[in-house]
Write a protein of this length. Structure first.
Length: 366
């Protein structure tokens, strides 16, 4: 999501960068790609099997042409892994001129090589690495940008995501005999059209209005079936990663509530399968915040939004019936600490200096 009054014009590079000891090569498709030493792979979490706690950092909206200083604070927080949950580059290519996305990825590869992360990094996309602002199912170059995503993040050739449409997947971590399930949702590839506002910029309907067209989907039929199956799987703790906000109800930018029947469907599944051990991790908003909803069955749904890591921020506070405190209008990242002894999730939103700006502790069980 890029609000119209602070949309950043991204530089269009005429040459690709040579990074580290890597060279620029050619794909069979004719698009250039980077051949570099691995930065993100292989990823290993075997050491967590002997642990009773894990720290999971996350963030979104990382402009390749801005300062990466916030990652000094991410490193200082010592996460066991970090999730990049969308807008991991700004390479919009609405006309299909993919050299812009290629250049954005090239610069971001250079940035990550310089940062040298000492923790595994996982990723899902949002609109600006998908290829078009607020883009959905109709974006005609999504297969090409999907391949670029796979190659940048060093996704193995035999990974299931390379075998079918969409980036959704499950990750399971063994944490001292307990299971942490991470469900990464693709809210771009299958998302149907949104209804544009009748009063642009007005509070609560700045760009879109909620649609009553129940034929439109966010996840698409195949991903919904997959999600239903995964929610029935045994897990002690669940993190649901959505690039766009799930609970936010006080603004008119893109979020799940623009297709309210999809929110209702998700909440119904959580109640149907008695899922009461989960947390949504979301981004895109260009503000950070915490949210909570009590479902019809009495289960609590919690959400933390972290955005942006370094991109432009959104200056206007939102109404928030589900908000826990004020939202945060500057660079930030999220940190989730799961403790199997205390049976808790510590949920923290941290600013660009690594200081807490909001937090909550979720206690599971009795």
């Amino acid at each position: 999501m890029t609000p119209h009054f602070f949309k950043t014009e991204l530089a269009i590079f005429s040459v690709l960068f040579t990074i580290g000891c890597g060279n620029v090569g050619k794909q069979d498709s004719g698009h250039q790609t980077l051949e570099t030493e691995a930065i993100f792979s292989p990823r290993s979490y075997d050491h967590l099997g002997d642990r009773t706690s894990v720290k999971i950092g996350f963030g979104s909206c990382l402009d390749q042409d801005k300062s990466m200083a916030i990652f000094d604070e991410v490193k200082a927080a010592a996460p066991d892994m970090f999730l990049m949950i969308g807008d991991n580059v700004y390479g919009d290519t609405p006309s299909g001129e993919l050299s812009r996305m290629e250049s954005a990825y090239a610069k971001q590869k250079e940035n990550f090589a310089a940062m040298s992360p000492d923790f595994p990094v996982e990723a899902i996309w949002d609109d600006h690495d998908y290829g078009i602002n607020d883009g959905g199912i109709d974006y005609s170059h999504k297969e090409e940008t999907e391949k670029m995503f796979f190659d940048f993040w060093e996704i193995p050739e035999d990974d299931v995501r390379r075998t079918r449409p969409g980036l959704y997947r499950e990750q399971r971590l063994d944490l001292g005999g307990k299971t942490v399930q991470l469900l990464y949702l693709d809210t771009r590839y299958f998302r149907g059209p949104l209804d544009h506002t009748d009063e642009e910029g007005a509070a609560g309907k700045e760009r879109y209005l909620a649609s009553n067209d129940t034929t439109r989907s966010i996840l698409g039929s195949a991903q919904w079936l997959w999600l239903q199956d995964k929610l029935q799987a045994s897990a002690d703790y669940r993190l649901i990663v959505s690039s766009i906000q799930f609970l936010a109800a006080g603004h008119g930018w893109e979020c799940w509530r623009m297709l309210p029947h999809e929110v209702d469907r998700f909440v119904s599944l959580l109640d149907q399968y008695s899922v009461d051990n989960m947390l949504f991790l979301t981004g895109d908003r260009h503000r950070g915040g915490l949210y909570q909803l009590t479902t019809p069955a009495g289960n609590k749904i919690y959400e933390i939004t972290s955005s942006p890591l370094n991109a432009d921020t959104f200056p206007v506070e939102e109404d928030g019936p589900l908000r826990l405190g004020a939202t945060y209008p500057d660079s930030n990242f999220g940190l989730i600490t799961i403790d199997t002894v205390l049976n808790t999730m510590l949920v923290e939103l941290k600013d660009g200096d690594g200081e807490n700006v909001n937090s909550l502790t979720v206690k599971f069980g009795s």
